[in-house]
Ligand binder design. Structure first.
Ligand code: C2E
Ligand code: MG
Ligand code: MG
Length: 633
């Protein structure tokens, strides 16, 4: 009689039950990874239980009918071979190899698995893998297939990983596959040496644990504050769904999310988000809910659903406050509807369209209308084109500067100029900065772009004998992103040194929004000032204006935003003159932007502006034309 030991296999079963308990307690997305992992766990539970019972039956073969012993062993081996194949399926899934549509390859890879299953089932009659006789359980003549199949799929795991190495970008993802496959390898070796200990199941369990910790934990796809699926989950879900045309996506964004978070506080805001999610879950159980960070919710469901009504209901709910523990949140939302049957090629296209629409819905002032994706694909294509154009220009150092004169308000003579960035598209048409600066800021290329502009300005000053026609300085716009580089000042200093330009000839423009409570930036500005650079506050009055902050700020000049200049010129009041008066007392110079008529120029001069800028004097010009105009040759 063979004496099987259950010392390893029973604790393994208990641990597996615990893992499954955790797994089932969290919402799971119906994607391939989760399906395969679930299959592995269920199968593994089945393997362990059938292993225990079959081994016990083998010990008790004398008292049990033979057919029961045979059946139990058949079930065990069938589950064992399924396990081998499922661990391989996991590897293929993790490497995002699409389920092969080429039948030949698909079936070739399954041959060992299918063959083993056939041999297992027929063992009852022919005893290939095992047989039971009057002396009990015996290995059959083809029992070695257990190891052939096991080693085949273990080898295929390593092989597939190494041939698709670059599919996984993160190291821990690759390590996960290597880790769990190696567990199977060690387990297989020990199974061979110590067959009576049923130890392979323990190693399978460790493989399951590695998969759980590396990829299978449902929390990886969850936004924990509201238990909705996260953006990663949305991407995978859309990527995997070949027939995604079945779905529509209604998304909405909490308007001014960042400002509201400042007002209400992060904790309250998070509670609000959890409340919204609960409301959605309760009322729309048939849609899948995703939370896309920064106050953006995405609801995905069948296209046949009454989306208009869902929108109406959600809109109505937002007319009421969201009551959390100690706050009442009043939130406003903007909606966007995306129809996935509109020929979206990739998950990227879908996600970007949602992003673009929500960006617009955030700015738009009413929640009655749902933005639809009629032009989203075109918008997305335009954006990609713009991004390419911008990157191309940066790579080829082809970012151009246009110069717009700054005029002394009283003498009406040239004193300086503002450099404005321009790039050209394939056809040579000029692209305005409003279109490409935000994209450059998003993907970080704004640093290079800004440095090219800065360098071209230095070159212009060095080459053009600027004193001869009274040009004292050139303003260069800086993006707040550029201050994230702590060596910004050093790099600029090197450039001015290279061109022999006095840094005080460069006035760096930064906008007010950028200044909000950023100590790091303030320090950098102070250091750069010590090096001789001057700073100008751009677009004053556009955002929140904070006079007390200005008091300790190091600007030599404040530029009034076009909007407030225009408002004042249309309907003069006392506010702007008082503000200008206050600035003058604080010894700031004042520039009025957007001067288009002589009348505006006079009004702004009368209230005390020092410099004027605008179409009345000149549009931004290419440097050669600028020189022609102002140097006179
Ligand atoms: P800004 O710094 O406020 O620049 C003034 C903008 O107003 C320019 O638009 C200019 O062409 C326009 N403008 C000037 N006079 C008039 C006028 O009389 N009427 C009207 N309607 N508009 C006038 P532009 O060149 O399209 O630049 C837009 C913005 O892009 C700039 O606003 C600035 O914030 C940003 N920008 C431009 N170049 C750069 C750069 O090199 N780096 C960074 N970070 N931002 C830049
Ligand atoms: Mg500016
Ligand atoms: Mg401005």
């Amino acid at each position: 009689m063979i004496n099987w030991s259950f010392d390893y296999v029973i604790p393994s079963l208990l641990i597996l039950i615990i893992i499954m308990g955790y797994y089932f307690s969290l919402p799971r997305l119906p994607v391939r990874l989760n399906k395969v992992f679930l299959a592995i766990m269920v199968n593994e539970g089945f393997v362990i239980i059938s292993d225990i019972i079959a081994s016990w039956a083998c010990n008790e073969y004398k008292t049990l009918p033979t057919w029961i012993v045979v059946l139990l062993n058949t079930l065990y081996f069938a589950a064992f071979f399924s396990g081998c194949f499922l661990f391989f399926e996991m590897c293929v899934t993790l490497l995002r190899i699409a389920p092969s549509r080429k039948n030949v390859r698909k079936w070739l890879i399954r041959i060992p698995f299918i063959l083993s299953e056939i041999l297992t089932v027929s063992s009852a009659f022919f005893g290939f893998i095992f047989y039971i006789d009057e002396t009990g359980y015996h290995r059959g003549p083809l029992h070695f297939m257990v190891y052939v199949t096991l080693y085949f799929y273990i080898f295929m795991n390593y092989f597939t990983l190494f041939t698709h190495w670059n599919r996984l970008r993160r190291r821990h993802e690759r390590n996960g596959i290597i880790g769990y496959t190696t567990m199977l390898l060690i387990g297989a070796a020990l199974r061979y040496c110590l067959p009576l200990y049923l130890i392979f199941d323990t190693f399978c369990l460790m493989a399951v644990l590695i998969i759980y910790l590396s990829y299978g934990n449902p929390e990886f796809f969850l936004e924990t504050r509201n238990m909705a699926f996260n953006s990663k989950a949305l991407r995978i879900f859309i990527e995997e769904n070949e027939d995604r045309g079945r779905y529509k996506i209604l998304s909405f964004i909490i308007r001014d999310y960042h400002d509201l978070r400042d007002i209400y506080g992060t904790i309250q805001m998070n509670q609000g988000i959890a409340l919204i999610s609960e409301f959605l879950k309760k009322n729309y159980p048939e849609v899948i809910q995703f939370y896309y960070q920064n106050g953006r919710f995405v609801l995905l469901g069948n296209r046949g659903m009454d989306w208009e009504e869902i929108h109406e209901e959600i809109r109505h709910r937002f007319l009421l406050p969201w009551k959390s523990d100690d706050a009442e949140l009043y939130l406003e939302v903007g909606f966007a509807l995306v129809d996935l049957s509109k020929g979206y090629g990739s998950a990227d296209e879908v996600l970007n369209s949602i992003g673009l629409l929500l960006e617009r819905a955030d700015r738009l002032g009413d929640d009655y209308n749902v933005l639809t994706d009629d032009n989203a694909l075109q918008d997305y294509a335009d954006r990609i084109y713009l991004k390419k154009t911008m990157e191309n220009a940066i790579d080829h150092k082809a970012v151009e500067i246009y110069l717009q004169p700054l005029i002394d308000a009283n003498k009406r003579t040239l004193v300086g100029a503002e450099a404005l960035a321009r790039i050209r598209d394939e056809k040579g048409h000029i692209v305005p900065p409003g279109a490409f600066i935000p994209i450059a800021e998003q993907n970080g290329r704004i640093n290079e772009l800004g440095e090219q502009v800065f360098e071209k300005v230095c070159q212009f000053i060095a080459d053009s004998d600027v004193d001869s026609f009274g040009l004292q300085f050139i303003n260069v716009n800086l993006s707040p992103i550029q201050f994230m580089r702590t060596d910004l000042g050093e790099r600029f200093l090197k450039v001015v040194d290279r061109y022999g330009v006095d840094p005080s000839r460069i006035h760096l423009e930064i906008t007010e929004e950028a200044m909000i409570d950023d100590q790091q930036m303030e320090k950098q500005i102070q250091a750069m000032q010590r090096d001789g650079f001057r700073f100008v506050l751009d677009d004053y009055g556009k955002g929140y204006s904070n006079l007390t902050r200005l008091k300790k700020s190091p600007f030599i000049n404040v530029k009034l935003d076009m909007e407030i200049v225009w408002d004042y010129c249309n309907a003069p009041d006392h506010i702007l003159p008082m503000m200008v008066g206050a600035f003058k007392k604080m010894h700031f110079g004042i520039t009025a932007e957007g001067i288009e008529t002589e009348e505006m120029a006079k009004k702004m001069t009368n209230i005390g502006c020092d410099y004027l800028q605008g179409m009345l004097f000149s549009a931004p010009l290419p440097p050669e034309e600028f020189l022609e105009q102002y140097r006179g040759y």
